[in-house]
Ligand binder design. Sequence first.
Ligand SMILES: [Zn+2]
Length: 172
Amino acid sequence: MPQPADTRLSLLRSLRFCAGHRLLGHEGRCAYLHGHNYRVEVEVEAAGGGTEVDAVGRVVDFSLIKRRLLGWLDDHWDHAFILWEEDATALAAVRLAEPTKYFLLPWNPTAENMARYLLEVVAPHVLTDLGVIARRVAVWETEESCAIATRGGDTDEPALDLAAAVIVDSRA
Ligand SMILES: [Zn+2]
């Protein structure tokens, strides 16, 4: 019996973290420093695409997606301020606080840009050796609103270098 040629298998994993940010140039209250309980959904598929699965029948084990991506989120975005690297005054404020944790994004930290960063920069670094790629990342800022970044063509190279959180903590 012929197989349908266009079936594609993927996994969707949900991950949560808390972070602060503000949107430089926003017309309303999002210009103030504030935070969200974020939820990220990442959809992954086999690097070979289609219906490729391992010997057990999985695209990849869910626990590996959690360990890699939630591990990265915990280390770099959770309980951090995520700020645009050009946002000089917000950056000065979080640098003044001590202890402090912040992450510099190359773009304004909207849900759209955070989803794009996770899809284009973070996912390729943390998932590649698992034989899977992220097809889509959704960043939920509230229960009602999310932004989605979707992989287009077959670009394999991350567009940007992966940054790290800056943590200043002299309590230890
Ligand atoms: Zn916000």
